[in-house]
Design a protein around this ligand. Structure first.
Ligand code: FES
Length: 223
């Protein structure tokens, strides 16, 4: 789907930067989840009621998200999913929507939840401003971390998936995760990724691999 969250010239968005140079809109669904977050973890909640915990920090902005899951050991469906974040409104709305998606209709199985993509969450929200896409990745990663935690606690080690980073350019030491972060921050061309990371400066041999990764992450996050 397209994400028409940037206002046309001359109109004011929901948010405007201090110098009035940029502004953007949020959909009514995003605002609803921001002002009325679902499945928020309350202060008096008991952690021991949950059998999986996930935690992730965003390299793009430094914000953090924690999630708690209660998984049925028989069916491995997610019966409850709670969360708490020090992230922005988009992170709150994305995580709130993700908490609805993984628990609705009896709850997703862990393997179904693992297939949930940031794009699926954004589609249910009616889109996010492009500069906020990385916020929806935060809840996706915290969910994956909690799924791994459940498998670790239940000693199903063969189900654990660990994402390691790979060096793409040995000269600048840029990894695939650096390129992923650049794409999420809006660098969708080789030139823009190079401006952010310096990848390939002095080592042009790696540029075809960089271009392939840019295509891969654009497809993964933006469809
Ligand atoms: S989560 Fe940090 S800016 Fe949205």
């Amino acid at each position: 789907m397209t994400h028409k969250q940037e206002p046309v010239d001359g109109t004011k968005g929901d948010v405007t930067t201090h110098d009035n140079a940029k502004s953007w809109f949020y959909t009514d669904v995003v605002k609803d989840h921001f002002f009325h977050p679902r499945h928020f973890m309350h202060e008096d909640a008991n952690e021991s009621d949950y059998n999986a915990i996930g935690k992730v920090g965003s390299p793009a902005c430094g914000d953090e998200l924690r999630v708690w899951m209660r998984v049925d050991p028989q069916t491995e469906r997610i019966l409850d999913f709670r969360w708490k974040t020090f992230g922005c409104g988009s992170a709150i709305a994305s995580t709130s929507m993700a908490s609805v998606m993984v628990t609705e209709n009896g709850g997703m199985t862990l393997e179904e939840a693992r297939k949930l993509k940031p794009q699926d969450i954004m589609d249910r929200l009616g889109g996010l401003p492009q500069r906020k896409f990385h916020c929806s990745v935060l809840c996706d990663k915290a969910l994956r971390d909690a799924i791994n935690d459940y498998y670790r606690r239940t000693e199903q080690f063969n189900h654990i998936i660990v994402e390691t980073s790979r060096i793409i350019d040995p000269v600048s030491k840029v990894t695939d995760h650096d390129i992923e972060r650049s794409v999420l921050e809006g660098a969708h061309t080789l030139e823009l990724v190079q401006q952010k990371t310096k990848v390939g400066i002095g080592n042009p041999n790696c540029l075809p691999a960089v271009e392939e990764l840019i295509r891969f992450y654009k497809e993964k996050y933006f469809g």
